[in-house]
Design a protein around this ligand. Sequence first.
Ligand code: AHR
Length: 502
Amino acid sequence: MTQARPSRLYVDTKRVIGQISPLLFSGFAEHMGRCIYQGIYDPASPHANENGLRQDVLAALRELNYRSMRYPGGNFVSGYRWEDGIGPKENRPSLRELAWQSIESNQFGTDEFMQFCREIDTEPMLAVNLGTGSIQDAANLVEYCNAPVGSKYADLRAANSQRDPYGVKYWCLGNEMDGPWQIGHLDAAEYGTKALEAAKLMRLQDSSIELALCGSSSSKMPTYPEWDRISLELCWEQVNYHSMHYYADNQDGDTASYLSLSAAFEDYVDTVAAVLRYVKAKTCSKHDVYLSWDEWNVWYKARGQSDMRGDWTEAPHLIEEVYNLEDALVVAQWLNVFLRKADVLKIACIAQIVNVIAPILTKRNDMLKQTIYYPLLMFSQMASGASLDLLVESPRYETKKFGDMPLLDVSAAYDAAAGQNTIFIVNRSQTDRVPLEINWQDIAPKRISSAHQLAGHDPKAANTWDNPNQLTTQAIYAPRIIDGKAELSLPPLSFTALGVEV
Ligand code: AHR
């Protein structure tokens, strides 16, 4: 192992980017493969509680501290009739689910999802079907969830054992409606028109709800970013968030570029944020719309035909991506980007939470935490307060896709009320240790109270059922702060999270 030139980080708690929304640490659970069935809900598992929810999975989800949960899809939602998933379970239909070519038993539906959210103390975020669904269906679901008893759908909820309204605040107006693969796909103007009418009806049911419009389903779509402009121009005043989706890959096996992918994430946010500013100016609006990155993760190894189709079976093994060290370092950088864009980005949902491109894999009797679990855990537990605009002086390296990039990717938060500054650092080098000097410019922190690191030699190494703890965060020696400075040496291929008592 060689050593790179020293680097310096300057922290000033007055240089604030924005307040970190807790909803940046949210998840996404779709009726797809084994996410719901055999992941969250598996009455046949020895770990199931009396409601069929897996207790080992619930414990891991609680530890990850997801602040909200998007549900029920994904592509699934565009063919979903929510009324099939409520009422006595024996009366619910088994149906051919077209998006993933699977059999949907409907044994888990809206009420079970609400119970699940209560169990893990998270806010539900429901997507409505704007593919085969009507604006009336969408409004009816808002009534079912949020209206007091005394009308048809609210009374139906009460008959299903839930008298008090659920009070669902966050709603998504469909899913990836720009994608030709989407059931009921529309062009931007058609979608904007339908979304506007759905929003109107949903708000007539409950004026307090917050709505997310479908943005482009990736920055690689041919209609990007025109789709975003057109749909936003039509719906600006009615929506609170505009969605982004992105799945990262190292298809070319170019690890140096892959480890600098945060450049692409930042570019994507900057472009869509520019569209938001453009539309706000064009519509002479005083209203603000924020970004909701409501599907994000690494996904490329499990993307073959057979990964995407369930052959008309229940809970098939679909897109069960295995995550390695380099994937975890990309996820850590993604979370760094969320903090660095905290002024405009207010929601982010990792896709997905169990089995399907997820930090957790299950077998009926067992559960495995993948590498990406650990950066999520660190951020979700530690990042709060204000995000800081840092000055980073780092040695650089050459990449094919992004040119000259810094070896270190860093973000930081300052929570004045909690008296805590947190710093998150990825060393992208595959070979070099990077010595780092941290300088606090406007405060004299007391001490580094926690220091954790995920690191390894092999970017392709992963946790396996036989070796489940090969790659986890380890407590490392917390350097002392002397005269407002601390020094540490960051190993190659590493992610470090520091908690600093102020
Ligand atoms: O998360 C898997 C799928 O990816 C979702 O259903 C869809 O929205 C996206 O294309």
